[in-house]
Design a protein around this ligand. Structure first.
Ligand code: SAH
Length: 467
């Protein structure tokens, strides 16, 4: 099994720093299924190529095997295509041998690790169940130019026709970690081998390496299903975690066919993204540079803020330590370069108590949080936010209860999420917001977020308070 990674970035030999493997020193690594070799067939200023060659030992595989033996029977365990093709073993090797590069870290070239570079990956033999069309459907939406050459099953017996094996070249301008993450997830998906057990931590791996691209990939459903080797319950769990933080709760409340679920999910993805966009736009309009996101949850908004240089100080606060752990992981806090790391802090705390750490920010965002508070506690929250934290700008969103009738499958009168304590109509929200504005000396305007319905309004309502 051979994978080569090439770049024409100058100096091209920086590839060695990104992979943490010197172009001048071939190296070998033991992996459970054999040996991984790394070497550079070419290394000049203009062009550099790193090769990852896997020697898979089928006998070691049989010894390691813990799951069912697949369709090949006893012989199939020893005689199979595993040593020759790109499969999930390649993903294992990528994370063992190029772990830092896969997660976007580079000791010597930290900026280059997050920068788009002209890259080419070549997989000498890639099994593609679903053929070239499927191969293209996986990689082209990610922005690659795909070149594929299909191999005959046996060149000496043309009547046997083509095999499912291709030589594949992927070309694109990407950060190296994106390319490696795409390969990590999509190579096993193309191989679609069912021989190995899949455990729950595979879901974590899928979500970790799919971060930032899988949720919006047009083939995300089949990718998830195949990556998790067709184990329906795992695929369902992964799908719901992939789209977590969305607020319709529809997938949890109804059993529907796959197509319906997907249509629902599509709406959920876009609503979540639209909400984040709307909040960012409001912050930019108001010229905020320091932002505290209260009830930041798993940090999706924080990540978007971090990507914009204009936000020089970012604070995330949540009552849930678990959510903060996930946020820290998602933001890769441990691995951020110092300058980036200094821009952001995560705090554990409650919105119901006066907290000096919330003060001194240009803006506060409160995204889909108030509906999680008991109504009798709102009074405390109002003073914490508007009186004590007292930012120049508050951007606050909450569901519009009137829109719920447009969610098929959501029972009449039901909330979008089981943890919601209330959901307000537009009139209820606007009267609450106007009261706070008047009481604490802010102006307020309202912005509908998501598709606007003539009768019931938009799915999310947003208030922008300014002093
Ligand atoms: N703003 C995030 C998360 C919304 S979910 C997003 O849009 O994705 C609501 C969040 O509010 C949860 O993470 C929950 O832990 C947090 N939360 C609920 N009550 C809280 C309180 N009293 N203080 C701080 N955070 C609270």
């Amino acid at each position: 099994m051979l994978l080569t990674l090439s770049t024409t970035h100058t100096p091209a030999t920086d590839l060695g720093y990104l992979l943490h493997k010197s172009p001048h020193k071939p190296q070998s690594f033991d992996v459970t299924f054999g040996t991984a070799h790394v070497f550079y067939p070419e290394a000049t200023e203009q062009r550099c190529t790193a090769a990852l060659l896997l020697e898979v030992d089928p006998v070691a595989l049989v010894r390691e095997r813990k799951g069912p033996s697949g369709d090949g029977g006893a012989l199939g365990q020893y005689v199979n295509d595993r040593p020759y093709v790109a499969s999930s073993f390649l993903s294992v090797a990528l994370s063992r041998v190029f772990g830092a590069a896969l997660s976007g870290r580079s000791r010597e070239r930290p900026e280059l690790a997050t920068q788009a570079l002209p890259l080419t990956a070549r997989l000498s033999v890639l099994p593609c169940r679903g053929g070239e069309d499927f191969l293209r459907r996986l990689f082209e939406p990610l922005g690659y130019t795909v070149t594929a050459t299909r191999h005959a099953l046996d060149e000496t017996v043309p009547q046997w026709g083509p095999s499912r094996y291709f030589t594949v070249t992927l070309q694109g301008d990407k950060p190296l970690s994106d390319l490696l993450s795409h390969l990590y997830v999509l190579v096993p998906v193309l191989d679609d081998d069912k021989h190995y057990w899949v455990t729950e931590d595979e879901i974590d791996k899928l979500l970790r390496h799919g971060e930032g691209w899988l949720a919006s990939h047009p083939e995300r459903e089949v990718i998830t299903r195949r990556y998790l080797r067709h184990q329906r319950s795992l695929a369902r769990e992964a799908m719901s975690r992939l789209l977590e933080g969305e607020d319709t709760g529809v997938a949890e409340t109804v059993e529907t066919s796959r197509d319906e679920v997907e249509a629902t999910l599509e709406r959920r993805v876009s609503l979540d993204e639209q909400r984040r966009e709307a909040v960012l736009t409001a912050l930019v309009e108001q010229g905020a540079a320091s932002v505290v996101d209260v009830g930041c949850g798993e940090g999706k908004l924080l990540r978007a803020l971090l990507q914009e240089r204009r936000f020089t100080r970012i604070t995330g606060m949540d009552v849930s330590t678990r959510a903060l752990e996930v946020a820290a992981e998602r933001l890769k806090l441990e691995r951020l370069p110092d300058l980036q790391r200094q821009r952001i802090q995560l705090l554990q705390g409650s919105l119901l108590y006066r907290d000096a750490r919330l003060a001194g920010h240009d803006a506060a965002t409160v995204v889909e949080v108030i509906e999680h508070l008991e109504p009798y506690r709102l009074a405390a929250f109002e003073r914490v936010l508007f009186e004590w934290a007292r930012p120049g700008v508050v951007v606050l969103t909450t569901p519009n209860a009137e829109y719920n009738v447009r969610f098929e499958g959501l029972a009449p009168g039901a909330f979008r999420h089981k943890d919601h304590r209330f959901e307000w109509t537009r009139a209820q929200f606007e009267s609450w917001a106007r009261r706070q504005a008047e009481r604490f000396g802010y102006g307020v305007r309202f912005v509908p977020v998501g598709t606007l319905d003539a009768e019931v309004g938009a799915p999310t309502q947003m208030a922008v308070f300014t002093r």
